[in-house]
Design a protein around this ligand. Structure first.
Ligand SMILES: Nc1ncnc2c1ncn2[C@@H]1O[C@H](COP(=O)(O)OP(=O)(O)OP(=O)(O)O)[C@@H](O)[C@H]1O
Ligand SMILES: Nc1nc2c(ncn2[C@@H]2O[C@H](COP(=O)(O)O)[C@@H](O)[C@H]2O)c(=O)[nH]1
Length: 190
């Protein structure tokens, strides 16, 4: 059986990765979503095992030690990582899986999965990006400033990706990503 596609959706904080993924869940119910582990505190309404596997810093370091993560990164003061077994098992079953992760982690995945599909989600502008993080109302000003301070460097790494999708409008951004996935399935693999 052919393996599934590994799709990595990445981009700066607040660009709309989570929003786009939630919409893709509705449009592409066959697509599997990887749930990450993190050492950050849950936000109001977030559930363990649904949004993230919430871990203490010690538990996270243990996962690294035990080689349970496909990739991990320290981002703005917290650890984030992708549980390895779930991704590998899903691909073996011939199902497509999407990872919603930041840039350092995405580049680590690229080293291991050259055949992966790497999509960078762009904001229409940096002002709009800041407005979106602020509008979400989940971060304090210091964290927003920190996240914005790394955003320009993250965008600077766009050339390492296969596709750039502007999230100007959710419906359009989702259509672009759906089209990429369909096209990747039609690709002649050498
Ligand atoms: N196309 C869009 N137009 C306007 N607002 C948007 C759009 N996409 C997302 N948003 C809004 O921007 C905010 C940030 O979106 P979201 O949480 O999905 O970003 P994210 O990239 O997943 O962020 P993080 O990396 O911090 O988890 C949310 O309030 C969301 O409703
Ligand atoms: N390298 C990884 N980055 C991840 C993972 N899961 C999420 N993320 C990214 O972290 C930032 C911050 O997320 P937030 O939920 O605190 O706003 C964001 O860019 C996520 O996409 C992961 O497993 N590995």
């Amino acid at each position: 059986m052919a393996k599934g596609l590994l799709i990595v959706l990445s981009g700066p904080s607040g660009v709309g990765k989570g929003t786009v993924c939630n919409e893709l869940r509705v449009r592409m119910p066959e697509l599997v979503y990887s749930v990450s582990a993190t050492s950050r505190q849950p936000r109001f309404g977030e559930e363990h095992g649904v949004n993230y596997f919430f871990k203490s810093k010690e538990q996270f370091l243990e996962m690294i030690e035990n080689d349970q993560l496909l990739e991990y990164a320290e981002y703005v003061g917290n650890y984030y990582g992708t549980p390895r077994d779930f991704v590998e098992q899903t691909l073996e079953e011939g199902k497509d899986i999407i990872l919603e992760i930041e840039v350092q982690g995405a580049l680590k995945v690229k080293e291991k999965f050259k055949e992966g599909v790497f999509v960078f989600l762009l904001p229409p502008s940096l002002d709009e990006l800041k407005g979106r993080i602020q509008g979400r109302g989940t971060e304090n000003q210091a964290t927003i400033d920190h996240r914005m301070s790394v955003a320009a460097d993250e965008i600077g790494l766009i050339e390492k990706y296969d596709y750039a999708v502007v999230n100007d409008e959710i419906d359009l951004a989702c259509k672009r990503i759906e089209s990429i996935i369909i096209a990747e399935h039609c690709k002649v693999r050498k």
